[in-house]
Design a protein around this ligand. Structure first.
Ligand SMILES: *Cc1c(COP(=O)(O)O)cnc(C)c1O
Length: 400
């Protein structure tokens, strides 16, 4: 007998579940790419992307994954030898910093470890000591997908302002956009990086950059700007093909159009943030019910946790067998830990991640929680009872 017969459930932190409507929207013959419907449809994407980012600044779309958008952000912002301060709360902040260093940027890391968000006070102290304003920018992630720490972007901006420092503020929202509240303009973010395959529910292949006037001004003298990554023509094209530096990503654009219909025009971005918070809290309640004998949340402080992904530490190397049971016996794919421990090590086998981003409703979230619960029982892993009950309680709260 098998119980793994039915629709598989993917609970990894990206690429996330693609809605059938998005897949269906992509299923079409190639259109004319020089005029007509595709050109008209493409122009409708930008206002909606700006709504998702909560900005009146510029939005650009690249044919790339998140790493491409990282490189685009760096190339449009700096000259070789510029200095940046990178706030690290896990593998992703570090990855962006490493890329900047390889491109010739002098990076200074403020590392906050793996179990908490960046501390604005430390940022303030460091910037105050930079009397000659050698630091050109502060770079960080909103959500570090490896640790599931969420940084307080507004508080970090306040730290820069309180230090009366002119550094630009650059934020990677690849995991958080469309899931966690983000208010680019209100929070004073100058450059924001995103991609389509997480909260935006579209197959991988589109990277996004959002930038304001201050960033556009700095770009004019940045000597790392290259023809492909240059955001100038992409945000102000003379011709359609300049939007993408060549052939447009036709089918991904149709997929994105449908995803934005769902996220911006049907659900609404505020409602999407609230939904993600509710699902995250349901999972946290379940983990607390399973108890420390079974597992703990990597990030202790609730206000420092992502609403899109959760890193869980099991009490011993049970995470890998649990993941395998869920995948093979039940049809649920959970996320591995990333960039924290070597695959095969005890530490690696003691962590797993749950992605809860994008196209997600109650049976999907409760299915993930219930399947983990069944896996713990099947494998004889000691755990507290009532996890599904605790999650259902959170889900059922009345304020929606
Ligand atoms: C997924 C992710 C990336 C990398 O995106 P790719 O599309 O895999 O290149 C970068 N930063 C964060 C925060 C992410 O979640």
């Amino acid at each position: 007998m098998t119980l793994n017969f039915g629709r598989p459930q993917l609970s990894i932190p990206g690429p996330s579940v693609i809605p059938d409507r998005v897949l269906a929207a992509m299923h079409r013959p190639s259109p004319n790419i020089y005029e007509g419907e595709l050109v008209d449809m493409t122009t409708t994407l930008y206002p909606d992307l700006k709504t998702v980012a909560q900005t009146k600044g510029k939005a650009t779309i690249y044919i790339s994954n998140g790493h491409g958008a990282w490189e685009a952000a760096i190339c449009n912002s700096f000259s070789k030898g510029d200095k940046v301060l990178v706030l690290v709360t896990g593998n992703f902040g570090l990855g962006w910093a490493t890329m900047a260093r390889e491109l010739g940027i002098e990076i200074e890391l403020l590392d906050f470890g793996l179990r908490r968000a960046a501390d604005p006070q430390q940022v303030l102290d460091r910037l105050k000591r930079d009397k000659f304003h050698e630091i050109k920018a502060v770079m960080t992630v909103q959500t570090d997908t490896a640790t599931s720490a969420q940084n307080g972007i507004a508080a970090l901006r306040s730290a820069i302002d309180d230090a009366q420092h002119p550094a630009r503020f650059m934020v990677d929202c690849i995991a958080s956009l469309g899931c966690d509240r983000h208010e680019m303009d209100n929070w004073g973010v100058d450059v924001m990086v995103a991609a389509c395959q997480k909260g935006l529910m579209t197959p991988p292949g589109l990277g996004f950059l959002f930038f304001n006037e201050k960033a556009a001004e700095a770009q004019k003298t940045a000597d790392l700007v290259t023809p492909y990554w240059d955001w100038h023509l992409r945000s102000k094209p003379d011709r359609y093909y300049q939007l993408f530096g060549g052939t447009p990503p036709v089918h991904l654009l149709y997929g994105l159009r449908e995803a934005l219909n769902m996220l911006v025009h049907e659900e609404g971005i505020q409602a999407a943030w609230a939904r993600h918070e509710r699902f995250a809290r349901a999972l946290w309640a379940a983990v607390e019910a399973w108890g420390e004998q079974a597992m703990t949340l990597n990030i202790a402080a609730p206000d420092q946790r992502s609403h899109a992904v959760t890193l869980i530490r099991t009490n011993g190397p049970q995470a890998t067998p649990l993941r395998q049971w869920c995948a093979q016996k039940a049809g649920l794919t959970l996320g591995i830990s990333l960039g924290i421990a070597d695959p095969g090590s005890v530490e690696f086998d003691s962590m797993f991640r749950v992605g809860h981003m994008g196209h997600l409703n109650v049976p999907m979230m409760m299915g993930t929680i219930g399947t983990i619960d069944a896996g713990l029982k099947a494998l004889g892993i000691p755990h507290g009872s009532g996890a599904c009950d605790a999650a259902a309680q959170v889900i059922s709260e009345h304020n929606f």
